[in-house]
Design a protein around this ligand. Structure first.
Ligand code: C2O
Ligand code: CU
Length: 510
């Protein structure tokens, strides 16, 4: 009797668990076509809520339906910056799926831009109007270009399914934007980006402070761009495995600027064996009064850049990145072990008045919105697949926050990583100012990033001004992680997008 009762109870429990698991599974399914605007749930970061009185979907929130003064809704395709006139820099870029010959002569089956991978470096001077006619020759899945680190207008951001449709074979798309921030950036596909970036569809874009700097770069005088990328398991600099000697004028005693771009999904350490150097810029932002350092490594998360200044000694210098190097000057200086110490950008350089607005807001605790971006890992279903997946604020994609902002907001975000692995977090369209790490405030130069490598166990406090309306991705730049759902968005009031992920154009941003 008693035994039968127990049996019935366990049967009922088992059924309940099954129903629960089934429901969780069903809930996790991502429709084959959906709008980024309907993803997850609105998170207003404690600030003014708009347009969601009846708990209506995000779309309504963004439309500002319930605000006192409803703003006219603009579609992302209208957010083009409206820059008219003749471009100062005009480039044609053609994407192709083909067997590429890398600079070191090896062949690689992947993607090219104008016949090579990396694609050509675009050089511009600050303030230039840049126009890129992008053509997809034969990339079957379609493709786009995203301007990583450049805060272009949303309609030029190049995210398939969010800011545009993937460009189909035979079609083209014209990107136009003002290059209004000096620095080292890169461009890459944001359609099936996990595969297309990994297999070569990217290049560099450098914005110079003046004509002279641009001319020197074009003539190869003391200015080197080093895109580090791993093709089929082999790490290269600009397509050269091992040592790469750039064709650059760098006499003994001259200062060379080496722009290192980490285009991989893994971290990259950079060091200069036996020589002092400076870090002039991180993620395209100049460090204020960078001091000389020696025997330390600069660690770059995926997507990040660092500009190093090396003074060329007799016998040359080596900028080393583990198995690959850039050789400057004559001679072949020996490789050296990776230094144990790494530069801490929290205290590098000298404090300046930059970001005064954000720092004041931090001091007086007067942000308009404060968000959490908590990265974890937990078992569950991701689009119906069981596994242990990355979570954002406890939820698995697409059950993630939509960070809602209004133009002009001062925003603080706390990024916490308790997932067991590091994550290079990349926000589109905005520059993040680092305020503190693990409660320790920045004491050196203003530290600005678009790609923030957050180690397991770390907590970063960052801030930004919401000054670029649109729908913007905020995702992990370890692209396989993004593909596995480490993606959220920042959405402005009064902006909507008619583009969809999936759909007839088969948009697949990750
Ligand atoms: Cu470098 Cu969303 O990308
Ligand atoms: Cu990640």
């Amino acid at each position: 009797m008693r035994k039968r009762l127990t049996q019935r109870i366990s049967a009922a429990l088992a059924a309940l668990v099954l129903v629960f698991v089934g429901w969780t599974w069903w809930q996790s399914l991502v429709p084959s076509t959906y709008s980024a605007m309907e993803m997850g749930y609105a998170d207003f970061g404690g600030g003014e809520e708009f347009g969601h009185e009846d708990g209506a979907e995000l779309a309504n929130a963004a439309r500002g339906a319930a605000t006192s003064e409803p703003r006219p809704v603009r579609d992302v395709s209208e957010l083009t910056g409206g820059v008219k006139g003749e471009p100062d820099v005009s480039v044609e870029l053609t994407a192709r799926q083909e067997t590429a010959t890398l600079a070191d002569g090896t062949t690689y089956d992947g993607y090219t831009v104008n016949g090579s991978t990396p694609g050509p470096t675009i050089n511009a001077t600050v303030g230039d109007l840049v126009e890129v006619r992008f053509r997809n020759d034969n990339v079957d899945d379609g493709t786009t270009l995203h301007w990583h680190g450049l805060d272009v207008p949303n309609g030029m951001d190049g995210v398939a399914g969010v800011t545009q449709d993937a460009v189909a074979p035979g079609e083209d798309f014209v990107y136009r934007f003002l290059a209004d921030e000096v620095g080292s950036y890169w461009y890459h596909s944001h359609q099936v980006s996990n595969e297309q970036v990994q297999r070569g569809l990217f290049g560099a874009i450098v914005v110079h402070p003046d004509r002279r700097s641009l001319q020197r770069a074009e003539l190869g005088v003391q200015d080197v761009t080093a895109l580090v990328h791993t093709y089929a398991g082999v790490r290269t600099v600009n397509g050269v495995a091992g040592d790469w000697r750039p064709d650059v004028t760098a006499p003994v005693g001259s200062k060379v600027r080496v722009r290192v771009v980490n285009t991989d999904s893994q971290r990259l350490s950079v060091w200069v064996p036996g020589r002092p150097f400076r870090v002039l810029a991180t993620d395209g932002h100049d460090v204020n009064a960078p001091e000389e350092v020696e025997d330390v490594a600069v660690v770059l998360g995926a997507g990040a850049r660092a500009d190093l200044e090396v003074v060329v000694p007799e016998g040359g210098a080596r900028v080393e990145m583990g198995s690959v190097s850039v050789l400057l000057g004559e001679g072949e200086p020996p490789a050296g072990d990776q230094p144990e110490e790494r530069i801490d950008l929290l205290s590098y350089g000298e404090a300046s008045q930059e970001d005064a607005q954000l720092r004041r807001a931090a001091e007086s605790n007067s942000f308009d919105r404060e968000f959490d971006y908590d990265i974890g890992r937990r078992p569950g279903f991701l689009d119906g697949k069981p596994g242990v997946w990355w979570s954002i604020n406890g939820g698995l994609f697409p059950d993630v926050p939509m960070f809602m902002v209004q133009e002009g907001d001062l925003v603080r975000m706390t990024v916490r990583n308790r997932s067991g692995e590091d994550h290079p977090m990349h926000l589109h369209g905005h520059r993040l100012t680092v305020l503190a790490r693990d409660g320790k405030p920045v004491t050196g130069s203003s530290w600005q990033v678009d790609s923030l490598d957050v180690d397991n166990g770390e907590t970063y406090e960052v801030a930004f001004v919401a000054d670029n309306p649109g729908v913007w991705m905020f995702h992990c730049h370890n692209l396989p992680h993004a593909k596995d759902g480490m993606v959220a968005h920042l959405m402005y009031e009064g902006v909507s997008t008619d583009f969809v992920v999936g759909g007839t154009r088969d948009n697949r941003p990750e």
